[in-house]
Design a protein around this ligand. Sequence first.
Ligand SMILES: Cc1cc2nc3c(=O)[nH]c(=O)nc-3n(C[C@H](O)[C@H](O)[C@H](O)COP(=O)(O)O)c2cc1C
Length: 449
Amino acid sequence: MANRRQIKLGMFLRPAGHHIAAWRHPDAQADAGWDFSRFTGLAQIAERGLFDMLFLADTSAVPSDDMENIRHLAYVAWIEPFTTMAALASVTRHIGLVCTSSTSFETPFGIARKFASLDLVSGGRAGWNLITSANPLEWRNFGAEPQGSSGVRYARAREFAGVVQGLWDSWDDDAFIVDKPSGIFFDPAKLHVLDHKGEHFQVRGPLNVRRSPQGQPVLVQAGASEDGRSLAAETADVIFAANTTLDIGREFYADVKARVARCGRNPDHVLIMPGFQVMLGESEQQARDRFEFLQNLIPDSLGVRHLSTYIGVELSGYPVDGPLPDLPLTNVNVSRTKMLFELARRENLTIRQLYQRIAGGRGHFQTFGTPKQVADTMEEWVTTGAADGFNYMAPLFPTQLEEFVATVIPELQRRGLYRTRYEADTLRGNLGLPRRESRHVRPRQAARA
Ligand SMILES: Cc1cc2nc3c(=O)[nH]c(=O)nc-3n(C[C@H](O)[C@H](O)[C@H](O)COP(=O)(O)O)c2cc1C
């Protein structure tokens, strides 16, 4: 098992970079959203940097109907994450492959089947980021309007996760005998029919994919609301978070680890990895200047549109250099919106300043500096109870990732905080998490005893 003190790292992929205007930068690969060779290139740099996993987020819609203003946006069209991960499995060897699929639109059987298959295709490197979706633009692509409150979405998500995990245990690890002389392919006693009948789903099973190399693919979650934290504590292996400060990070970490313990789970088996946007430079000033260069590439109309969509309230009628008005909290991005409102109030930010705050990292922690400064920050987060690792976000790909791998990774290794080689063949192994044993194995062993 990996050393627990080692920092875990996800590489949060976004074609040209996480900054909203990254595609306009002279060094950017502006066509990265649909050129698979760009994804391959980034994955291979991350693997050279011994990252635990790649991560792709997902939204099932063009992000706004306001075409006039989003014509400045690159993230209107890019290849679908699951397909991308399946293809990346064959051009990488060690790195984990994690992507998002929404419990609001998909079916439990479909998700169980796809991610179990990705685990087989990749030799045990698959992970599913479970989310709920409240964005009406996405819902309309599935013939519906958003389903009620956050509580309703999470109730469905909880049942969804239970069904998926139940289906993943359909076959015992040794169910397939594959014995040519006798002609017996599998042992029916080692096959389990789920026969789930719940409030939201009726799923008979069994899954028509064998148990995966990791036992079950890694389950990732990013809910930050009360319901989101509870579901993550009950089921997730890895928890992503958007924590803007070290103090908020510590509060989240302590709260979620305590919830995990209250669920009867081992807190060391649930890793908390906040989003972490890094802009590197040879000096802190150079890093900040590099970021400012990107900020100056955002047209105002796009910045205001991005912020409006993010918080679910139209801001285009307000002066961009005026204060953020008092606004109601909507059902969209609940916890992140609350955090942005608090930030704007605390720092007295204008609408422009607030859209600039989310333009790079969408509310994730941002740091700017030299490799040593960045390593200091990472060390502080993991040694003072704010994180087990990070979901690394480059404002600009590929240059910032290359620099991170060439400078920050060796600095962390020198400090004994980061691996010098992959320890295992599976994502669970590299994350230091135990294989998930089947729920059906223990009773049978007990019966034998
Ligand atoms: C690292 C990270 C990745 C996320 N990826 C997605 C995503 O791919 N698609 C999506 O709709 N939401 C994504 N989210 C948003 C979360 O699913 C969730 O809506 C958000 O954290 C707010 O939590 P809440 O719904 O419990 O308030 C992500 C959040 C984080 C922190």
